[in-house]
Design a protein around this ligand. Structure first.
Ligand SMILES: *Cc1c(COP(=O)(O)O)cnc(C)c1O
Length: 398
């Protein structure tokens, strides 16, 4: 039997069974519904996209996977070249892995070892945001600040190596003043904190973070597993402010196969580049650089460029702002929008009880969490389909 994610199995309601999917639609035996959350924010081109399907099929005719230890291949070489050109600045060094959590682990490992390699042994701490989410593995849970993991605190007591700050400049300055000698990195989900409650904040905070990291010699990590590939209305937030390490996942392959990448700049890479083998990065997920995943990612990025996806995202934001303008209700705390993300935060989580089934009956798949009803639609959505998603959200409060 299947143990489902984030579920109390005893009380879980039966999941919807998907028998086919195409474009924005998920199909169950009884109806089709618009996937308003793009399979956890990843399926930006929609389902059964002929270009992505073909990329995977033709690679499968060659080989599906070979290990990257001692071997290399065209799809992974091409993807690394593509990312080098696609990303700004000197974010040129790609370490691939099979999921976002692992890619964040790799980024945190890089940041710690970067200093150890230079003999700076006291930089053991990580600065991260309150309400941060960086994945489900142990270190990512620790740098995260998710209520769901507070059992970890109960078991182990106070965190020793992680400091959390809110997205406010004075608090950030204070944290740097206090801890800068012990910090190896500051890790953030830039502009949009997803799983921590769709929280949005201003780029000025990141500009200040870059300045403080430079002043105190601390590495800046952007976890763009969720925000990358246009979700915030920027291709990457890393286009606005340059991190030292960038983590991409989710939409990297258009959501077709799980894969992720930790991209380091030259400075970080050079911190490992040495005649001393002890200074190497010791990591190597079995399925890193999987050929099917790399082929899908290449095709996905090419589509993103050739079909000018940024203009699609601007259109989504424009329609969303138009449709949500002035929408409010006693039960609603705030309606927030950014790029291809809209969130209706309610005052009481109970308000959203039953919404998933309501949405299903209106032909929309939704999965509210915490106090958030939200949509992160596939970018290929039509205006009519998007309006239907937003109307369904509004109708719940009618
Ligand atoms: C989803 C997510 C992760 C974890 O990615 P997985 O592929 O689920 O391991 C990490 N960071 C952020 C910001 C995410 O949204």
């Amino acid at each position: 039997m299947i143990w489902y994610p984030y579920q109390q199995m005893k009380t879980m309601k039966e999941p919807y069974k998907i028998i086919d999917a195409e474009g924005v639609f998920l199909k169950t035996p009884e109806r089709e519904m618009i996937d308003s959350i793009s399979s956890w924010w990843s399926v930006i081109h929609g389902y059964k996209h002929p270009v992505l399907t073909e990329a995977i099929k033709s690679q499968a005719d060659q080989f599906s996977h070979v290990m990257l230890g001692g071997l290399t291949h065209e799809p992974v070489l091409k993807l690394a070249d593509k990312l080098r050109d696609f990303l700004q600045g000197d974010l040129d060094y790609c370490f691939f892995s099979d999921s976002g959590s692992v890619a964040v682990e790799v980024a945190l490992k890089m940041a710690l070892q970067y200093y150890v390699n230079q003999g700076e042994m006291e930089r053991t701490k990580v600065l991260s945001l309150t309400h941060a989410y960086h994945g489900d593995t142990f270190k990512t849970m620790e740098v995260g600040d998710d209520e769901d993991y507070h059992f970890i605190l109960e078991a182990y007591g106070e965190k020793k190596d992680v400091i959390h700050v809110p997205t406010q400049i004075p608090a950030l300055e204070q944290a740097f003043e206090m801890y800068h000698q012990q910090l190896n990195c500051f890790i953030v989900e830039p502009l949009l904190q997803g799983a921590g409650g769709m929280r949005m904040y201003d780029v000025s905070f990141l500009i200040k973070a870059r300045e403080l990291c430079d002043r105190y010699g601390v590495l800046l990590i952007f976890d763009e597993v969720a925000t990358g590939f246009g979700r915030t209305g920027n291709r990457f937030v890393a286009d606005l402010v340059q991190p030292d390490i960038l983590v991409l996942g989710k939409a990297l392959t258009g959501g077709y196969i799980g894969h992720a990448v930790t991209v380091a700049n030259r400075k970080v890479y050079n911190g490992f580049y040495s005649d001393d083998s002890d200074k190497a990065l010791m990591h190597g997920p079995t399925f890193m650089g999987n050929a099917l995943a790399c082929s899908a990612a290449l095709a996905s990025i090419e589509l993103f460029e050739e079909e000018d996806y940024m203009s699609k995202i601007y259109r989504i934001e424009e329609i969303t702002r138009r449709e949500m303008a002035g929408f409010t209700n006693d039960k609603i705390k705030e309606v927030r929008m950014m790029g291809g993300c809209v969130c209706v935060e309610v005052k009481e989580a109970d308000t959203l009880k039953g919404y998933q089934q309501f949405a299903y009956e209106h032909g929309v798949f939704s999965r509210p969490f915490l106090n958030c009803m939200y949509a992160m639609v596939p970018y290929i959505i039509s205006e009519e389909q998007l309006v239907r998603v937003l109307d369904t959200m509004k109708a719940w409060f009618a």
